[in-house]
Design a protein around this ligand. Structure first.
Ligand code: MLT
Length: 197
């Protein structure tokens, strides 16, 4: 899998870009959220009109579930492999949009792959075949009230699923759209400092 890796401290941040992004996009955000942390930033392997994504969709907001399942396991295996090679220790996903959705799928399908997650603009990517056991895994979900890409009820459903699975959930609704705002980075950084010293 094409990716960038920056060695650094543990926990490592797994950076997952949005549709049309690549492995370079979230590197500055990773440095900002936890200066000096190890960063692992893969590129989504699906192309939609030339734009990288982490799984196939049939239409905006309509996902190919078989593909999500396959790609989620592929990504989780890749992360486990890199983690063993680079001795990464705990891994926290930081995903935006499509990247946040595959991070959510990892929490639902491979609950032990991540020690925490920051999900910017995520929705419920699929119904897991069985409820995962998340044992207090900290998850921060940052959602925009005026987001026209991510349906509010789907974000809400994701938060409920994760909470029922035992995650330590924080859901924050912001008066904003799909794009991220600077204040959210401060919030995410503070959340990270609170949960992972
Ligand atoms: C997705 O396809 O994962 C969501 O609709 C968000 C996006 O467009 O990336």
């Amino acid at each position: 899998m094409l990716s960038r890796f920056h060695p650094g401290t543990s926990p490592a941040l797994l950076l997952l870009h949005g549709t049309g992004g690549d492995e370079n996009d979230l590197i500055p955000l990773g440095h900002l959220l936890r200066p000096g942390a190890a960063l692992l930033s893969p590129r989504g392997q699906v192309l939609e009109n030339g734009q990288p994504r982490f799984f196939r969709r049939l239409a905006p907001g309509v996902f190919d579930e078989d593909d999500i399942i396959r790609r989620t396991h592929e990504l989780a295996d890749f992360v486990a492999d890199q983690s063993a090679r680079q001795n990464l220790g705990k891994i926290i996903a930081v995903g935006y949009s499509n990247g946040a959705n595959i991070a959510a799928a990892m929490l639902l399908l491979r609950p032990h792959a991540l020690s925490g997650a920051i999900l910017f603009r995520a929705m419920l990517p699929l119904e897991p075949p069985q409820p995962p056991q998340l044992d207090q895994t900290p998850v921060l979900l940052l959602a925009g009230r005026d987001d026209n890409m991510i349906p509010q009820d789907s974000t809400q459903r994701l938060a409920v699923r994760l909470e029922h699975a035992g995650a330590n959930m924080t859901l924050e609704w912001r008066n904003t759209g799909h794009r991220l705002e600077q204040t959210e980075f401060t919030l995410a950084r503070e959340w990270l400092d609170r949960h992972f010293r």
